[in-house]
Ligand binder design. Structure first.
Ligand code: TXA
Ligand code: MG
Length: 319
């Protein structure tokens, strides 16, 4: 029995009864529940097998509601919200006392964003509460960019996936927190640093666990296929070194010609980092289904979303 449906009123009924619905966003599908329902939020953590110390993102329909979530909004946060919402940018701000500790893992801050997806904005507008929604995948595994991916993970655990088609941006939102008035990037994502710096000037990036113990979830192994994965600047050399294995290749823009490669995908024939990001997880899901010994992924150029894709690929290689 399929749990995939486009029926918004059904989604509302399920969420109102403190159960979970997977929702589409422009980045990835989220596993959503009422932020004020302890039952729903506990269910999010247990369904994902996610540690309780890893806080959730609150999704709201409009920036007008930001003040009901955050107790203080720095000037630069306002500018970023104006520039990018609805869109793939999450702001971490001091929380209002009404935001449950379960959402923030006991932290004094809360992560919040306005997603840019027609169906989910309509849903959020009709609900009487915001939605907490981590990516709809078991902890550590590849994030879902189609309703079918979510169904493959959670068919037996949740009642419904709201079908919003393919997630256009394809990797998670960029997360920005603040040290005083100054923005700090906690997670690279679908909004490029270049675009952010055009709005607020230069920003510090603290997206590694060692330097940002404050951003849980930036754990090492993440976004990972079950198949062993390596990342390289030199595909042909890495293929040669592993030529006794069943190899799948994830190339940036040029196909590789090699008798040792049994399956390969190209992220963007145009060499466009935005297109590459939008295809990344779908490609990893496909590669993971090919019964390979090894996935060899090619590093992207380190600009715009190339940085974000490399970040995800790097985490996919950790075993
Ligand atoms: O694009 C996205 O952001 C997707 C869609 C569904 O909106 N959501 C998503 O959620 O990626 P999740 O749970 O997979 O990642 C949320 C990240 C975690 O790494 C968590 O540590 C961080 O947000 N986070 C949440 N609250 C935080 C806080 N108060 N301080 C620092 N980091 C926080
Ligand atoms: Mg996630």
């Amino acid at each position: 029995m399929s749990i995939i449906s486009k029926d918004i009123s059904k989604a509302i009924a399920i969420l109102n009864s403190e159960e979970l619905v997977a929702i589409p966003t422009e980045t990835v599908y989220g596993l959503a529940g009422n932020i004020f329902s302890e039952k729903a939020i506990n269910r999010i953590f247990s369904t994902k097998k996610r540690p309780l110390f890893n806080p959730l993102i609150v999704h709201i329909p409009s920036a007008n509601l930001l003040h009901s979530i955050a107790s203080y909004v720095p000037e630069k946060a306002k500018r970023l919200a104006d520039a990018f919402w609805p869109g793939p940018l999450t702001l971490v701000l001091p929380k209002q006392s009404t935001i449950p500790d379960l959402i923030t893992a006991g932290k004094p801050t809360v992560a919040v964003r306005v997603p840019n997806h027609k169906l989910t904005l309509e849903l959020l507008e009709k609900l009487e509460f915001p939605l907490a929604a981590p990516s709809a995948n078991p902890f550590g595994s590849i994030s879902p960019t189609t309703a079918q991916h979510v169904n493959d993970y959670f068919e037996h655990d949740i009642q419904m996936v709201l079908d919003g088609g393919y997630c256009q941006r394809g990797i998670e939102s960029t997360i920005i927190g603040f040290e005083g008035e100054e923005p700090v990037v906690f997670r690279l994502g679908s909004t490029s640093l270049e675009a952010i710096e055009a709005i607020v000037g230069s920003v510090v990036v603290k997206n590694k666990k060692e330097i940002a113990p404050d951003a849980p979830g930036m754990l090492d192994r993440h976004y990972a296929p079950l198949t062993k994965t390596i990342l390289t600047d030199n595909l042909l050399q890495a293929i040669e070194l592993n030529n006794d294995k069943k190899i799948g290749v994830l190339a940036f823009k040029n196909q590789i010609i090699s008798e040792h490669v049994i399956f390969q995908l190209v992220l963007s024939e145009q060499g466009d980092t935005v297109e590459a990001a939008s295809n990344l997880y779908e490609a990893l899901h496909k590669l993971d289904k090919q019964d390979l010994d090894l996935i060899i992924a090619e590093r992207l150029p380190e600009f715009e979303l190339g940085k974000s894709v490399n970040d995800r690929l790097q985490r996919a290689t950790v075993r």
